[in-house]
Ligand binder design. Structure first.
Ligand SMILES: [Zn+2]
Ligand SMILES: [Zn+2]
Ligand SMILES: [Zn+2]
Length: 275
């Protein structure tokens, strides 16, 4: 299995659009891995996770093979994860010479309503985009992958979930945006009998100890210990921290230094991991 991170920031991006804090000013100066765009990842060049406005620049700058992707799973309806207006570009006459295979969008209630409404308004036919409503703890299959949405601790109006993605005995837990997992998700995980080869954590708050809605590196370390205790992970599991805010107080370089203490890989735009 392979995961490629295309966008690794929280909603504002780093540097933030209008921000002149230390972290943002550093990113403007240093560039490279210090620049982080809005959240998006890809499993095995097939399963796209989230559809932010930065999807376009991920295709331009990091070679996201958008024309060949036909499955997108969306975590929730915040704009840094779902920019449904761009689906208009799949309309005949706008997206030309592409295979007549629809882009299958899998969304929970809030995103589903936004995306279906937008496709209706913009006249996008089902031959180009199909929206599927998914529900917490109800696994579905797409392109041979088993995908399970789990409830997240995040803005409830966005009907937030995060995902287990499995195929051929390999499994990823891709978990943002969320605080420490809600009780109902903990119960599901404890009894699911799975083993995760890679876990991707929400690390929005980075060095801050603010709790709820998102996590920071200390909370990530606590959840990592729990996952190991419950038998879902072991010393072979790769743990990645992801989805950073400039307000978390660390540059990419500073975060990498700290992450060594916890055994975490720090995501950056363009990072690809095979496992
Ligand atoms: Zn987000
Ligand atoms: Zn800033
Ligand atoms: Zn969010």
């Amino acid at each position: 299995m392979k995961i490629t991170y295309y966008g690794t920031a929280a909603a504002e991006g780093i540097p933030g659009l209008f921000c002149k804090c230390r972290v943002c000013e550093n990113a403007r100066k240093v560039k490279g891995k210090e620049i982080k765009t809005r959240s998006q990842a890809l499993i095995d060049d097939k399963i796209l996770i989230d559809f932010p406005a930065d999807t376009y620049m991920h295709a331009l700058n990091h070679g996201l093979p958008l024309e060949d992707i036909h499955t997108c799973i969306v975590t929730h309806s915040h704009m840094d994860h779902l920019y449904e207006r761009e689906l208009w570009c799949r309309n005949p006459g706008i997206g030309n010479n592409i295979p007549e295979i629809p882009l299958d969008m899998y969304l929970t209630r809030s995103g589903y309503e936004m995306a279906t409404e937008r496709c209706k308004t913009d006249g996008v036919p089902e031959s180009r985009v199909r929206c599927h409503l998914v529900e917490e703890f109800k696994p579905f299959t797409a392109e041979g992958y088993t995908i399970t949405p789990l409830r997240a601790d995040h803005g409830p109006q966005t009907t937030p979930v995060f995902y287990i993605i499995e195929k051929d005995g390999k499994a990823v837990l891709y978990s943002n945006d969320t605080g420490t997992y809600p009780e109902i998700t903990v119960e599901y995980l404890k009894s699911c009998g799975k083993h995760f080869d890679l876990v991707s954590f929400d690390c929005t708050n980075v060095f801050l100890d603010y709790r709820g809605n998102h996590m920071g590196i200390k909370e990530n370390a606590e959840v990592k210990e729990m996952l190991i205790k419950w038998g879902l992970c072991d010393d072979k599991t790769i743990f990645v921290v992801n989805h950073f805010s400039h307000n978390g107080g660390a540059t990419h370089e500073e975060l990498c230094e700290k992450a060594k203490e916890y055994g975490f890989v720090v995501s950056y735009d363009g990072l690809s991991i095979e496992f």
